[in-house]
Design a protein. Structure first.
Length: 412
């Protein structure tokens, strides 16, 4: 049985669907199956029944479409040969089932792009490949894509993940949603991870997404505390028990370098007289970390019987600002973020710059200021990339002045 490809509307001026066609003589039936690919008739080689691969009329997607069409013809020939070997009657319904299964044909009205995304997430979650934080990030990306589709009226299909999509998505994230470079770069990276999965699992042969360039990530200026700040925190007597607990948890994170999400793993069974044994939750392939137990950390653990009074991260961030506001950390600091090539400067109160992540940044900054090696610090924090670790290190004005005085304060 000979097969061919033909255009749905060969006389159309616009793009039209390409069908795979084969005649089943025993059924006296012509089998037509939509490949989902589209071309303008002017871009079609009517003699050889395939996209034009040369000349000025060649579509920019000709090679990708031709590769996709070859999948249909190769699978047909393979299936036909199989039925001949087993001496079974090859029916059009058999070929349809094979094509439906291979090319992930979805139910009518269902968007195969988001169907694939859901399958991608299900596979990773069931395979225990992602931490809870990673699951949350990919759910957020799905919501972001749905919002983009509605806002820009850009129907998402695998064939439309092209340079136009990249421009529109970049504009949507950075102009409409006001995402800064780092947020956009992270989100585009997660999207590309999904697209690589879709390519590997043959949901698409469109690899244009590989060319999508992320905007350059920048190190955003942040704040870190000093040992004097920690002493002020610990010595302050709060009337509110709520703020006292928030302060204690924050200080504990400052003197251990632990992420806020890791604190829930602490219990009597994970703490000895000298250290905390922490199994990496974010990456289960990482070895356990032994975090030395300082006197401050031990005092706080004993105060709460080795069960820290944790609350939701969002609430902790909200109450932390109240803690520092009560201690009158109202001095103005400048917040600098980057969107595209634009530096956005904003004057903001110090207490509004504090978050749970300030604790980890404070730990690394204090250790670096005391001359401790990156390798030593990374052993405690669990960092494997020294570049990432050093992004946490914050140099303040007092430190730069002290360094300049040491070098250039010459006696005249």
């Amino acid at each position: 049985m000979k097969y061919t490809f033909q255009l749905k509307e060969p006389k159309s001026k616009d793009s039209t669907l390409i069908y795979f066609v084969v005649y089943f003589s025993e059924e006296n039936k012509k089998f037509k199956y939509s490949t989902g690919e589209k071309l303008k008739p002017t871009e079609w080689d009517f003699l050889n029944k395939k996209p034009l691969l040369k000349g000025s009329s060649k579509s920019k997607n000709a090679l990708t479409i031709n590769q996709q069409l070859n999948r249909y013809s190769d699978l047909y020939l393979e299936t036909y040969a199989l039925y001949q070997r087993i001496n079974e009657v090859f029916k059009s319904s058999d070929l349809k089932n094979v094509f439906d299964d291979a090319f992930k044909k979805s139910l009518k009205g269902k968007n195969i792009f988001f169907d694939a995304y859901d399958q991608f997430m299900t596979e990773k979650i069931k395979g225990k490949e992602w931490s809870p934080a990673t699951i949350k990030r990919y759910k957020n990306i799905r919501n972001l894509l749905v919002e983009f589709e509605k806002s820009k009226k850009y129907k998402l299909t695998f064939s439309k993940i092209n340079n136009t999509f990249h421009r529109e998505f970049t504009s949507f994230c950075m102009d409409d949603l006001k995402h800064i470079n780092n947020t956009y770069a992270r989100n585009l990276g997660l999207f590309k991870t999904f697209m690589f999965w879709a390519l590997k699992n043959k949901f698409t042969f469109n690899n244009t997404f590989m060319e999508f360039k992320k905007v350059e990530r920048v190190i955003t200026n942040q704040v870190a505390l000093t040992i004097e700040d920690l002493q002020n925190l610990m010595q302050h007597e709060f009337e509110s028990k709520k703020l006292e607990k928030v302060r204690d948890v924050f200080v504990f994170a400052c003197v251990t370098g632990m992420r806020y999400g890791e604190l829930k793993s602490i219990s009597k069974s994970t703490v000895s007289e000298t250290e905390i044994l922490l199994k990496e939750d974010k990456d289960t392939n990482k070895p356990a970390r032994n975090i030395p137990l300082t006197s401050i950390a031990k005092f706080i653990l004993e105060k709460y019987n080795y069960t820290l009074p944790l609350i939701a991260n969002q609430k902790q961030n909200e109450y932390l600002k109240e803690v520092f506001k009560e201690l009158e950390y109202n001095q103005t600091v400048q917040k600098i973020t980057t969107r595209g090539k634009e530096n956005i400067k904003e004057d903001i109160e110090f207490y509004n710059r504090i978050s749970t992540h300030t604790a980890r940044r404070t730990f690394i900054t204090m250790m670096k200021r005391e001359g401790k090696s990156d390798k030593l610090i990374a052993k405690i924090t669990g960092h494997t990339d020294m570049k990432t670790l050093n992004q946490y290190y914050q140099v303040d004005d007092a430190q730069t002045k002290e360094a300049m005085d040491e070098v250039f304060n010459l006696k005249l």
